[in-house]
Design a protein around this ligand. Structure first.
Ligand SMILES: [Zn+2]
Length: 162
């Protein structure tokens, strides 16, 4: 039954999966920037960034980031401590579940929540995004992050990681 539901969710999410796999995942695999680790769950592929084979321009994009959860896949950067990496993987897996549930509306919801938080609140558009809060909760990471914990990465991007 669980598998049948996921197949339906897979079809529901297919437009996003097609785009991301065709223009992001497969080209990165092709150039060796990411490596397939396995399939932790039905219809979810796990990748890790390959520091040695990845071109500089791609690896640099990972500065300050530990994971990325997309449609039917997630990528993590293994160059962090194992406990932290395990939480990151769980966090990204939650983003996979969110995408299965919301389909292509995941991206619309994410962007609208981001813009809303940015324009109308004093909250952080990324940290306080409901989809990020839910993913941190699922991963056992800190759910509430105070302003003093927001890290300013050279003024470019405000990051938070724990
Ligand atoms: Zn996240």
């Amino acid at each position: 039954m669980k598998k049948a539901i996921r197949v339906l969710q897979f079809i529901w999410l297919l437009p996003a999966t097609f785009l991301l796999w065709f223009f992001y995942v497969l080209p990165l695999m092709f150039i060796g920037a990411i490596r397939l680790i396995g399939y932790p769950e039905f219809l979810i592929a796990e990748f890790s960034v390959d520091k040695n084979k990845s071109p500089d321009w791609y690896y640099k994009l990972w500065v300050g980031w530990s994971g990325y959860g997309g449609p039917c896949f997630f990528i993590s950067n293994p160059s962090v401590e194992p406990d932290y990496n395990a939480r990151v993987k769980r966090h990204e897996l939650e983003h996979c579940y969110q995408q299965f549930r919301l389909g292509v509306f995941f991206y619309l919801y994410y962007v609208l929540a981001y813009l809303w938080l940015l324009a109308f609140t004093k909250k952080h558009p990324y940290i306080d995004n409901p989809l990020e809060v839910a993913a941190r909760k699922a991963a056992g990471q800190s759910v509430t992050v105070s302003r003093s914990e927001w890290i300013d990465n050279n003024g470019k991007r405000i990051l938070w990681r724990k």
